[in-house]
Design a protein. Structure first.
Length: 62
């Protein structure tokens, strides 16, 4: 997590840094279980639906 935002949910890291600054033209794939830690370990979201939505909105290509 960076500044309290899990990496798979961090739009700044995935969109601004990776895609815009580094011109990433590929897939962002999390490791096994990383998206679930947004809710279960980081307590950043409270439902599975919110967890999936925040990961996809941030730029994680599951």
């Amino acid at each position: 997590a960076v500044n309290g935002v899990p990496s798979c949910a961090n739009k700044f890291l995935l969109q601004t840094i990776a895609r815009e600054s580094y011109h990433l033209d590929g897939f962002v794939v999390s490791d096994c279980g990383a998206v679930s830690t947004i809710m279960n370990s980081h307590h950043y979201t409270s439902t599975v639906e919110d967890t999936v939505a925040v990961a996809l909105h941030a730029g994680t290509d599951l």
